[in-house]
Design a protein around this ligand. Structure first.
Ligand code: BG6
Length: 490
């Protein structure tokens, strides 16, 4: 499948931090289809060679194992091309069209053209409407074209709907690929494999056997240099509306009828529609927002959020959210789902913990403890199943926890594919399973909006927590109220 990947924002942060390294890795792993090219578009004037030199320089800052050798880069650089682009200028789009349509027999393409054209929007979302409009006008929206959209896709439901309306005016739904990079993480794909490729867990995957589910997306880092962006966003929009809810849908969805994108996305949408809606009262009771103060993370003293660059001194922006929700259907009625995310927490740790119910009748001392399945997203990628067993050789009847630990990083080391690499290859191949459909995205906004509204009219603001902790104490109280505890407190 020969392709042209056209990147708007070709010199921006996203392009060189995520996209180009992912493309390079795909090329290095021999995964990139033959006959591919990348065209970077940005405002300044550069030649192809100047752009290649710019990318070469950027690679110097990348981890050694992800950095190309001179020979590798020389091979990769042949794929890279550059053009100046002012998105308000129709003739610049006409230029891109000519570039795409130029016959290039030397690359072994049938008829000289790429079979697939992927436009990747690595720009500020404010530019999406004008870019989509111009692509449509230039006739760059034919059936072989796909457009990849990166978050933030809107600030609320109305702005998300507006972006979708504009995208739809030029492209069909199946041509618009919304990235949620958490879906590219290996553990998330393994969650599907665990649930629907194995017979073991599915019979237990319901309210009769599961006591509660906890999704934690914890970061050690602060807001860094993104203070101005983050302060307009906050943790609920930045992490919950998208990443945490996508994980929740994968955990809670019914088995899809097939592995087709729409079969999966239909089931995910049903979960989003089943989430218990928030009211002002339930926001006050079931949602905790926090903001970090100075503290210590991994032995390093770090400043508080209000001292960060470009953050207003009196900001009420939340850097932490913990919430309790339920999926209101037959499978999950009454089972609490706890979601938690924050910056400057004790460690970088993303995991989903499925806490099973204890045995109905305990004949061994210690068997009141329950089994637990931990799906680890990062830093490592794996599965841990906590069981109870008798200590070998011990005369005691007491059961002790043991864990069955599957480290996917080790097991599949030679075939590891990074999240962005996976999503990029899927975009080129037109595999839509790991992209978010507009109705899912809008439904997620619909669900978080009452929280945003309740906070906007609540002068109390976020609760402070010390950097390096696990958030405000109220987050523990939220779970303790149901008689449970967060995994690290058990
Ligand atoms: C992004 C958020 O979507 O995800 C960032 O905008 C956050 O604020 C990042 O740091 C976390 O991604 P990961 O893959 O490092 O967990």
């Amino acid at each position: 499948m020969s392709f042209d990947l056209v990147v708007f924002g070709g010199t921006g942060d996203l392009a060189w931090r995520k996209l180009i390294p992912a493309l390079f890795q795909a090329n290095r792993h021999g995964q990139l289809p033959a006959g591919g090219r990348l065209l970077a578009l940005a405002r300044d004037e550069r030649s192809d060679d100047e752009y290649r030199a710019y990318i070469r320089e950027r690679f110097a800052g990348v981890d050694a194992d992800k950095r190309p050798s001179d020979e590798e880069f020389a091979r990769f650089a042949q794929l890279l091309h550059y053009r100046r682009m002012d998105v308000t200028q129709p003739e610049h789009f006409a230029g891109v069209k000519r570039w795409i349509e130029e016959p290039r027999a030397e690359e072994g393409r049938s008829g000289g053209r790429a079979e697939t054209v992927v436009f990747f929007m690595a720009t500020s979302p404010q530019l999406f409407p004008v870019i989509c409009e111009q692509l449509g006008r230039a006739g760059l929206n034919g059936p072989q074209v796909r457009v990849v959209l990166e978050k933030p896709l809107g600030h609320d439901l109305a702005s998300a709907q507006e972006i979708n309306r504009v995208v739809r005016s030029a492209f069909r739904e199946e041509q618009a690929l919304r990235i949620d990079h958490y879906l590219g993480k290996a553990a998330v794909q393994n969650l599907m494999a665990l649930r629907f490729g194995n017979a073991l867990f599915e019979p237990l995957w319901r309210r009769e056997s599961i006591a509660n589910i906890q999704i934690t997306l914890a970061e050690g880092i602060g807001v860094g240099k993104r203070g101005d962006f983050y302060d307009q966003t906050g943790a609920l929009r930045d992490m919950v509306q998208n990443h945490a809810l996508q994980l929740l849908t994968m955990i809670a969805m019914e088995p899809p009828s097939s592995n087709d994108a729409d079969a999966i996305r239909d089931e995910k949408l049903k979960v989003l529609r089943s989430l218990k809606p928030f009211t002002p009262e339930s926001v006050a009771r079931d949602v905790v927002r926090g903001q970090y103060r100075a503290g210590t993370v991994e032995g390093q003293a770090v400043p508080g959020y209000l001292e960060e660059l470009k953050v207003p001194a009196a900001s009420a922006c939340e850097t932490f959210v913990a919430l309790r929700t339920e999926v209101q259907n037959w499978r999950w009625a009454g089972v609490p789902f706890y979601l938690r995310t924050g910056k400057r927490l004790g460690a970088r740790d993303a995991q989903i913990v499925v806490n099973f119910r204890p045995v109905p009748h305990a004949i061994f001392p210690g068997s009141g403890q329950a089994n637990r399945l931990v799906i680890k997203l990062q830093p490592e990628d794996g599965l841990e199943l906590n069981l109870l067993a008798k200590r070998g050789g011990s005369c005691s009847e007491l059961l002790s926890p043991v864990s069955l630990d599957l480290d996917f990083d080790k097991a599949f080391a030679s075939q590891r594919v990074g999240g962005y690499e996976r999503l990029l290859l899927d975009a080129i191949a037109g595999r839509l399973n790991l992209f978010v459909r507009s109705d899912e995205q809008e439904q997620a906004w619909r669900w978080v909006e009452p929280v945003l509204r309740a906070w906007a009219s609540d002068p109390a603001g976020p609760r402070p927590y010390a950097a390096g902790s696990w958030g405000p104490a109220a987050a523990s109280a939220l779970v303790a109220r149901d008689g449970f505890a967060w995994a690290e407190e058990q």
